[in-house]
Design a protein around this ligand. Structure first.
Ligand code: PD2
Ligand code: ZN
Length: 381
C-alpha cells in the first residue's frame, strides 16, 4: 500500500473538518485543493454547493466543479452528475449512471434496477432483478427489500467486478424516453387534477422501502406555539426524505411529479412519505405556510407553497380519501395515481377552497408521498 500524498492527507483533514461542523474551514481547504486539481476535493466542494451546505452556496459553481471532476471519470462525480442532471433531455445522465455502476457504485446499481424495472421486456426485468440482487449483496437495504419481492428465498449476489460487468453487458438498452416522460401540467383553468398512472408499482414499493426505517409520528404546525408539534390533527407516521438520501430513481420521480404542477423540481421541499393505519387521519387544513415561516431566511426560501402533489402508493381497503369540502371533491387513493392541487389563486392570494383533509383510514393502511412545491427555488438542483 502506498502512503497517502500530502494532498490526500489535506483532503482527509478538510473532510474531517466538515464532519465536525467546521464548514467554513473545511470548505476553504477544499477550495485550495480543488484549485490544485484534487478531483475528490472538487467533487466534495461541488456537493457542498449543490446541497447548499457551503457557507455561500453557488449552484452554478457547483455544476462547473462537478463537470470538471466527472470529466476525469471519477465514479463518485459521475454518479453525482447523473443525480443532478437526471431527466435532462440529452440523456447524458444515463451514461454517467452506467459508468458509475460499472465502477461499483451501489446507489447507481439501485437506480439502474429501478429504471429497468419500469421497462416491460423480460430482459429488462431480469436486469432489474440482477441489479437489485447485487445491491442487496453490497448491503443496500432498499435494494434488498425490492429484490426480496422478486426473489423471496434466494441468496443475494456477490457483487464482484465480473458480476457487475456481466450484468451490464446482458441488459437491454435503457428506455430513457420512458424514464423521463413528462405528465401534463395543470392548465391555468384547473385547480386540481387526479393523474392516473403517474408512476409504477416498483416506485411505490421503493418509496415504502426507503421510508419504512425512517417513520416517526407526524407533526403539524401549531399556531399556539408557532412551532411544529405532534398534534392530534395529524395522527399518521411520516418520513421526510433528506435530499442527501435521494438517488437517481428518486430524482426522476420527483421531476415527473413536480411537472404535474408545472414547476421545476428545484421548487420542491423534500419528499415526505406518510403511512396511515386504521383510524389515523390528517384533519382539515391548508398546506400554506404561516407568515413567520415565510419571513425566515432558511424556512421561507422559495416563498409560499403554490401547489401540492400527493402520490398514492396503494389503494386503501376502506376510508382514507383526500377530501376538499369546499370543492365538493373526494379522492379515493388508487395505486399509481397522483393528485395535484393549487394552494393559491391566480392573483397569488391564498385559495380558501384548497382546504382539505386526509379522512380516517377505516380498514387497511394508506401510504402516500407528498411534495409541497414552492413558488421559487428551494434547493440547488
Ligand atoms: O393523506 C392525505 O390524503 C392528505 C390530506 C391532506 C395529505 C395531506 N394533506 C398533506 O400531506 O398535505
Ligand atoms: Zn395537506
Amino acid at each position: 500500500m502506498t502512503a497517502p500524498s500530502a494532498a490526500d492527507r489535506a483532503f482527509h483533514a478538510a473532510f474531517a473538518a466538515l464532519v465536525d461542523g467546521r464548514i467554513e474551514a473545511g470548505a476553504r481547504a477544499l477550495e485550495t485543493l480543488a484549485a490544485d486539481g484534487h478531483v475528490e476535493a472538487a467533487h466534495e466542494l461541488a456537493r457542498l454547493h449543490l446541497y447548499r451546505m457551503h457557507p455561500t452556496p453557488d449552484a452554478e459553481a457547483g455544476r462547473r466543479l462537478l463537470d470538471d471532476a466527472a470529466d476525469t471519470d471519477h465514479p463518485g462525480a459521475r454518479y453525482t452528475r447523473a443525480l443532478v442532471t437526471a431527466g435532462d433531455a440529452d440523456g447524458g445522465w444515463a451514461e454517467d449512471l452506467q459508468a458509475a455502476a460499472r465502477a461499483g457504485h451501489p446507489l447507481a446499481w439501485r437506480s439502474l434496477a429501478m429504471l429497468w424495472a419500469a421497462q416491460p421486456e423480460a430482459s429488462a426485468q431480469s436486469a432489474a432483478t440482477r441489479w437489485f440482487a447485487l445491491g442487496a449483496g453490497a448491503g443496500d437495504p432498499v435494494a434488498m427489500a425490492l429484490w426480496r419481492r422478486r426473489a423471496p428465498t434466494a441468496v443475494p449476489a456477490t457483487p464482484t467486478p465480473a458480476a457487475v460487468a456481466a450484468t451490464l453487458a446482458e441488459a437491454p438498452p435503457l428506455d430513457v424516453a420512458h424514464a423521463t416522460r413528462a405528465l401534463p401540467p395543470l392548465r391555468d383553468d384547473e385547480d386540481w387534477r387526479l393523474q392516473e398512472a403517474a408512476f409504477g408499482p416498483e416506485d411505490a414499493a421503493y418509496l415504502q422501502a426507503l421510508a419504512t426505517p425512517l417513520l416517526e409520528p407526524s407533526q403539524a404546525w401549531d399556531p399556539a406555539s408557532g412551532g411544529t408539534l405532534r398534534v392530534p390533527i395529524r395522527t399518521s407516521h411520516d418520513a421526510p426524505i433528506d435530499p442527501l438520501m435521494e438517488d437517481v430513481a428518486m430524482r426522476l420521480l420527483q421531476r415527473r411529479l413536480c411537472g404535474l404542477a408545472g414547476c421545476p423540481a428545484i421548487n420542491a421541499e423534500p419528499m415526505v412519505v406518510l403511512r396511515y393505519r386504521s383510524g389515523q387521519e390528517y384533519r382539515l387544513h391548508r398546506d400554506l405556510l404561516p407568515p413567520s415561516t415565510l419571513a425566515d431566511p432558511v424556512q421561507g426560501r422559495g416563498g409560499q407553497r403554490v401547489a401540492t402533489v400527493l402520490a398514492y402508493l396503494n389503494a386503501v381497503d376502506e376510508g382514507g380519501e383526500t377530501d376538499f369540502p369546499r370543492r365538493d371533491v373526494r379522492v379515493a387513493p388508487r395505486a399509481g395515481a397522483a393528485l395535484v392541487f393549487r394552494n393559491l389563486r391566480p392573483d397569488g392570494s391564498p385559495d380558501e377552497d384548497s382546504l382539505h383533509a386526509g379522512l380516517p383510514v377505516r380498514r387497511g393502511e394508506k401510504w402516500i408521498a407528498t411534495l409541497w412545491i414552492r413558488g421559487g427555488a428551494v434547493r440547488g438542483f
